[in-house]
Design a protein around this ligand. Sequence first.
Ligand code: AMP
Length: 409
Amino acid sequence: MIRDFADLDLDPVLLQSLEEMGFSKPTQIQASAIPVALDGNDVLASAPTGTGKTAAFALPAIQYLLDFPRKKPGPARILILTPTRELAMQVTEQVKSLAKYTRLQIFSITGGVQYQEHADLLAATQDIVVATPGRLMEYIESETFDCRAIEWLILDEADRMLDMGFGPVVERLSAECRWRKQSLLFSATLEGHGVENFSARLLKDPQIVQSDPSRRERKKITQWYYRADDLPHKVELLKHILAEQSQKAIVFIKTRERLAELRGMLEKASIECAWLQGEMPQDRRNNAITRFRDGSVNVLLATDVAARGIDIPDISHVINYDLPRSADVFVHRIGRTARAGKKGTAISLVEAHDQPMMDRICRYQKEEIKERFVDGLRPQHKKPVFKKKKKTKASPAKKTGKKSTKRKK
Ligand code: AMP
């Protein structure tokens, strides 16, 4: 049973940086994945963000490089692929912190950076490269990046990479790295054809590390919802939560149009916020993330697409201004709070038409979410009851003649 980092076969320089980073005990995924990876196995791990997955692959990778030091300068030996630039940046930062007391060279290759900025680094000796697939492939095609010395290939958030259509590029990259010794694939879920087929092609006899952290993580997330009669009511509830309840909140909104509209309303109410929306220039994205991360603003508005891959510690509240279209996105959203053992709160604002989705979410996460009320902002409508539709479509008029959604105006 592994309880401490000292129980893992890690170099004292890694233990030192872990201590400085405030990682006192390994998380579940770290305790399970690190020994298996250090034993030389391919690893297939299920680990959503927030569970400590980055260190779970970075620590054994760094340890491997310390155990087998390079004999002469040369190209990268470990390649970590991530779906987004932000994630690549975060992973790079964390790997650099972990490797602080080593001489390893760590470098990231992502889109949004001029080739010129990469050129010198590409020519120099690198040990670990963190990259997004598209940009890396460009460099391989133009023969500015050499994959032949890669010994470990690590895929982070493989399910997101597949969702984003990176499957074929990653498979080509995997073929480029065919001389590698080991492959590690981390994914929030391992279910579904996509990840199963993908991992079968990329991994050799992998050891499956199935942590069940999501349920454990979720337990530390207190959840409730408020019912809203209409949009103005919803906005009032949100303002109340932001003013009275939350310290550092990420607010999820369905579309960028609604995000812009909400932003305007919050600004009018003198609630300062940063925001992320799709197709935002990289520098503005980074700026918004930095302002939120360093506490210059305590509210971040985001759409699901725009929030992909960002990891900000200490988010106290996840607020679902709009519910997502599927229950697994909901679970992914709320997983942004209660990171690595901390507590968090997830609050959803629910209009009548959202109730079936709310029920689906509760079924999916096998946990009831209770309703709460704010004095002075109680809903005027009764909670709608949506009856399950019968499968047979033949008889539209039900025997009872009752409507399934009965609401008073
Ligand atoms: P990750 O799942 O890798 O995105 O990590 C989630 C957060 O947990 C990051 O902010 C890490 O810095 C932090 N973290 C990772 N491992 C540990 C640990 N063993 N103890 C405390 N915090 C950790």
